[in-house]
Design a protein around this ligand. Structure first.
Ligand SMILES: [Zn+2]
Length: 118
């Protein structure tokens, strides 16, 4: 029985794929078969780095610009969601609008910068 093409994986291929079902699923979700989900624990040290930077320079323009851009984006989307035929754009817009109900723009900026640093 042919094996998964990922190094170190002894699982059998799933169907006609070169990957086992686990790595095929990862490829579908993460765009690469060896990319695992980024957890909060993975991101924590990078979030702390960003928070330390903000604490070091609390009056830097970047933070207020990030806050303002988020507020403008959400306000515009709430009044008129982007018109598109692409389902994934509509879905991501809805997800971001829901996110805006629970977290601040600053939290979003911190997470995005932490993801970049990761
Ligand atoms: Zn595999």
């Amino acid at each position: 029985m042919p094996r998964c093409r990922v190094n170190g994986c002894a699982n059998a291929r799933a169907g006609h794929s070169h990957l086992c079902s686990k790595h095929r699923s990862r490829k579908r979700r993460q765009s690469h078969e060896e990319q695992r989900t980024v957890s909060k624990a993975d991101l924590k040290p990078f979030i702390e780095m960003v928070q330390a930077r903000i604490a070091k320079q609390p009056d830097a323009k970047l933070w207020s610009i990030c806050d303002q851009r988020w507020e403008v984006l959400i306000r515009d989307w709430r009044s008129q969601p982007p018109k598109t035929i692409f389902r994934f754009v509509r879905a991501s817009t809805n997800e971001l609008l829901q996110l805006a109900n629970t977290v601040s723009g600053r939290d979003v900026a911190i997470t995005v910068i932490a993801m970049y640093l990761l």
